[in-house]
Design a binder for this molecule. Structure first.
Ligand code: FES
Length: 132
């Protein structure tokens, strides 16, 4: 705690007071190369804090996830098509519609993690035999 206290109360103020920040607007034009060089680290730090704050408080500024729905299933194929005989379905089967299943084309519940992460509401299509 003493280290942090010393940093906040002594080290940072001493560093900032040593920066060649001019008193007038025209003073910026009289700064030398070394002066400008010494302003790079604090400027980069302030820019980093501003950028991180911007990302934290402006959700639309965050990088967008891939627009592709399918990022893992048989990517080498031009189109993923599965044929399943209705007779092969015992009573009911749940088919994945989120493209996250590890048991494609069947739902394995992976949509739950996706929904939690993205605030989405994806779920499977359930095919069920009519009960006579
Ligand atoms: S795992 Fe994709 S809908 Fe359930």
């Amino acid at each position: 705690m003493q280290l942090l206290s010393g940093l906040v109360k002594t080290t940072v103020p001493n560093y900032l007071s040593g920066l060649p920040i001019p008193d007038t607007f025209g003073g910026w034009f009289r700064l030398g190369f070394k002066d400008w060089l010494s302003l790079v680290p604090p400027t980069a730090a302030v820019a980093g804090v501003v950028y991180m704050s911007y990302l934290a408080f402006c959700p639309e500024a965050r990088p967008k996830p891939s627009q592709k729905a399918n990022n893992k299933i048989r990517l080498e194929e031009a189109k993923v098509v599965d044929m399943i005989d209705i007779e092969d379905i015992a009573e009911k089967a749940a088919f994945c519609r989120c493209w996250k299943s590890n048991n494609w084309p069947y739902c394995d519940g992976s949509h739950g993690a996706h929904n939690k992460e993205c605030g989405d509401n994806l779920g499977p299509v359930v095919v069920q035999r009519k009960k006579n």
